[in-house]
Design a protein around this ligand. Sequence first.
Ligand code: SF4
Length: 293
Amino acid sequence: MFICNLCPRKCSVERKENEYSKGFCGMPYNAVVARAALHFWEEPVISGKNGSGAVFFSGCAMRCIFCQNLEISHKKYGKTVSQEQFIDIIKRLEEQGAENINLVNPTHFTAFIRSALEKYKPSVPVVYNTGGFDSVESIKSLDGLVDIYLPDIKYFDGETAKKYSACENYFEFASKAVLEMKRQVKTDIIENGIMKRGLIIRHLVLPKNTDQSVKILNWIADNLPKSTYISLMSQYTPCGRVYKYRELNRRIVSAEYSNVLDEFERLGFENGFMQQRNSADTQFIPKFDLTGV
Ligand code: SF4
């Protein structure tokens, strides 16, 4: 029997192999996958030339109201897979030439993923691409199995995290998880423009919320090296259930993104990924149609 306390929600509910659970994420123990395909819209060191082998998991331990992947995160569209099927999915992506195996939103399937990676370690790096709401214990359990951590830090203030993602304690957990990720990967390794090992912290700049961005950048500056890779994303597009919050019902404006970039410069960071604001478009949302599953 698997009683789930994987993420900070600590639901303590039973998760059976193929039965949707009563936990916050609502997922079974086995992974539910909506798409597994080469993906070209990550940071250049992740997508590379051939594309990142992205495995999109369904369900979510956060369910942000502005989620672009509502269909799979909130509505749970996807197919349950066994460990053998999951390993086959990974092998097919490797055969297609994927630069890495990119586990997108894996937090609520960490136990299943760990067990699969213990049976089969891909020949390309494994990327743990998370919203950041991970427990330290969960991240520790992946030590030696994950090569690249790609966490979001979404919010600094509890009030904001509560309002948009119903997790007031988000930063407390995300910050500890990121420090554990850094402890594991130590130095970033990039060969021929492709990351082989390392940490990239992502942050999506939200309209009317640049104070969160500034606080997060200051925390990174105080706690991690200035060489830390930071991806400042400007692609926010009103999606999901944002109609509840007027401030989220528009894209960010140039001045907002510039303020955040200025703070990045002021703090002396050395490595960053920036975006053109015109990259904000729903056309970059992949089709969740069970491709590759
Ligand atoms: S992974 Fe799902 S069931 Fe487990 S603690 Fe988190 S939300 Fe609850």
